[in-house]
Each structure stands twice: as C-alpha cells, then as structure tokens.
Design a protein around this ligand. Structure first.
Ligand code: IPM
Ligand code: MG
Length: 362
C-alpha cells in the first residue's frame, strides 16, 4: 500500500530530526512492504521568511490531502521580537486548529537504561509509565475574548478559558479509550476548586465514566498533580486535562523520562480505539533548540518514536510501530547515546548515527 506523509521540518533542529524519522519510515516500508511518499512543506520561521506567514493555505491543503503529518519544531531567536506581527508558533497553533487535532497524546516512560540521566532519584522515576492526554484546540489558547487594550486606567489584556460540552466530552472519551488499552486508570486533572470551566469538565468526566465501567476514574487538582509528578510519578497511568494545564504538566513530565529528546507526541483529529484510526500530526515534544541546529547533536529518538505513533494511530500498523519501538530500545541497550542522554561508559553518537543505528535494527 502507498501512503502520503506530509513532512514539515520547521526550524532549528527540526530538519535534523525529521530526516532521521523519514529514514526509519523508509526502512519500515522496505521491511513490511509499504510505500511512504514524503511531501515536504514549510512551517514556522522558515515559512515566515519565505511567505510572510507561519503556515500558508497551500501547506495546510497539502497536509489535508496526506495520510498523516510529521513535524519537526518551530521557532528561534530570529523571530522572537515581542512586537512581531507573526510568530513561528502561530503556524503550530493554526495547523492544530485547522486540522481539528484536538487530542494530544504524550506518552512519558522511564526506560531503565536511562535511570541515571534524570535529575530525580532513580527510585522515584523507576516506574514512570504514563500517557498524558492534553486537549489541544480549546481553552486559553483559543478562547474568545482574547485581546489587549487600554483605557484611561491603563493597559489590560484578557484570555478566556472557554470550553463547550462537546469539546470536553470528546477529549475525556479519548482518555477512557486509551485507559482501556493500558492499566485501566484515568486521572482527570482540573482546577475545579476555582474555575467554572473545570467544574463543567469534572461533571462531564464523571458522567462519561458510566460508559466505561472497566476504567477507574479519579479527579485531581492541577497544582496537586504537579506536586505528585515529582513525589510519586509512578501513581499515574492515563491523565486527561485541558490545554494549558497539559502544556505545563508535560514539560514537567518530560523530566521524569530523562530527556525531552526522548518524548514523542501524537495530535489526533478523532477518538482512537479498537481498530479505529485517526488523522494525526506527529512531532517530538521538544523545541527547535536553535543553538545546536544542523550540528548533528540533537536526539532524533523523540521524532522517531513519533513516527512509531503515526504507524499505530493513523495507519493502524501495530507490528510496524512495535518494530520501531524495539529498534530504539535495542540501540539504547547496545549502549549508544546522543549527548543529551550520555552517561559514563556509553558510546556517544550524533543525530544521523543514532538514526542509522536504529535503522539497522528495524
Ligand atoms: C507545546 C509547545 C507549544 C504549546 C508552543 C510552541 C506554542 O509548548 O507543544 O507544548 O504551547 O502548545
Ligand atoms: Mg509546551
């Protein structure tokens, strides 16, 4: 079978890491007899430089016509002027919204061989294996009113944490569906002691729980959750939460896995479950790291694991996805490390070498 994959490398280390993920997808294609056709497009600063927009209508259209999207990273100091009319991040927010990618899946797993590359005690992070599901197209990021103005008493600004029942319902269902494929425990994270939108969220989550008797649902306030991540992260199986909370919590959670360079993500336009597939965009959770761009230093594993998530969630290729996961594990077991996860006695390799070592193990 033939599949069209849109590739948006973006800025900074984006191209370094998407190159390696494409190498892996091509290897999977050869091994399992699929054809992946890559179509490149621009997003972020590089698109601003060329077209004056962080994401053009043509690029968006190209993505819509593909089976899935692979993305690198956006942003960099060149485009960081706070008064700039367009920002690289606008491209990311636009593609999420326009392609209706409401469900952001961020798995966080501590691999035993990386226990010593975390800043926390190995015994604290040893059992970390959670999936954080972040709502991605609502809440403070997109809610209206959203503006800045001034009056005689000074400047002011507003962002709105706005959620509809439909938006909460579908993301919470993603949480339950994913929990059914894992250890059956779902933690819904909110701020229901203060926020009205969180009280609605909690109510809807509790109602939906009736449809999933196999899953154990609990509710946790976001501040308590941030604390629990550091105190006892092994507690969590699946977390479902709103956009901004999910943004903050997943940066925190990434440190539980040793390095940001290890963590993939999927942003889906549908509720996965059973044999159902969803259109999706796949990207590492790390940023564009402009200081090491093009230097063959960046860890490509997060993007390679994102490609594995693509195989699983958008293409329904579970054996293929597993072969990528296993190749990553084997490469790490064989002692190869990029700089971000390097520890004594291991063999340090660059971005491309890491990609090739994983490719050999597919
Ligand atoms: C993320 C990033 C983005 C976000 C930025 C780059 C707009 O932090 O994907 O977590 O806030 O969603
Ligand atoms: Mg973030």
């Amino acid at each position: 079978m033939k599949f069209n994959i849109a590739v948006l490398p973006g800025d900074g280390v984006g191209p370094d890491v998407t190159n390696e993920a494409q190498r892996i997808l091509a290897a999977v294609g050869r091994r399992f007899g699929h054809q992946f056709k890559f179509q490149n497009g621009l997003i972020g600063g590089i698109s601003i430089d060329k077209y004056g927009e962080a994401l053009t209508g043509e690029t968006l259209e190209m993505c819509r016509n593909c089976d899935a999207v692979l993305l690198g990273a956006v942003g960099g100091p060149k485009w960081d002027d706070p008064n700039a009319a367009v920002r690289p991040e606008d491209g990311l927010l636009a593609i999420r919204k326009e392609l209706a990618l409401f469900a952001n899946l961020r798995p966080v797993k501590m691999l035993s061989m990386l226990e010593n590359s975390t800043s926390l005690k190995p015994e604290v992070v040893r059992n970390v294996d959670m999936m954080v599901i972040r709502e991605l197209t609502g809440g403070l990021y997109f809610g209206k009113p959203k503006r800045r103005w001034s009056n005689s008493r000074g400047r002011r600004a507003i962002d709105s944490m706005y959620y509809t029942e439909r938006e909460i319902d579908r993301i919470v269902r993603v949480g339950f569906e994913i929990a059914m494929t894992r250890r059956g425990k779902l933690t819904s994270v909110d701020k229901a002691n203060v926020l009205e939108s969180s009280r609605l969220w909690r109510q809807i989550a509790t109602e939906i729980a009736a449809d999933y008797p196999q899953v154990k649902l609990d509710h946790m306030l976001v501040d308590a959750c941030a604390m629990r991540f550091i105190q006892n992260p092994g507690y969590f199986d699946v977390i479902v939460t709103e956009n901004t909370f999910g943004d903050i919590l997943t940066d925190e959670a990434s440190m539980l896995a040793g390095s940001m360079g290890m963590l993939p993500s999927a942003s889906l336009a549908g509720i996965p479950g059973g044999k159902r597939r969803a259109f999706g965009l796949y990207e590492p959770i790390h940023g564009s790291a402009p200081d090491i761009a093009g230097m063959n230093i960046a860890n490509p594993i997060a993007t390679i694991k994102s490609a594995a998530m693509m195989l699983h969630y958008s293409l329904g290729f579970n054996a293929e996805a597993e072969s990528v996961e296993n190749a990553v594990l084997k490469t790490l077991q064989d002692g190869y490390r990029t700089k971000d996860i390097m520890t004594d006695g291991m063999k340090q390799v660059g971005t491309a070498e890491m990609g090739k070592l994983i490719e050999e193990r597919i």
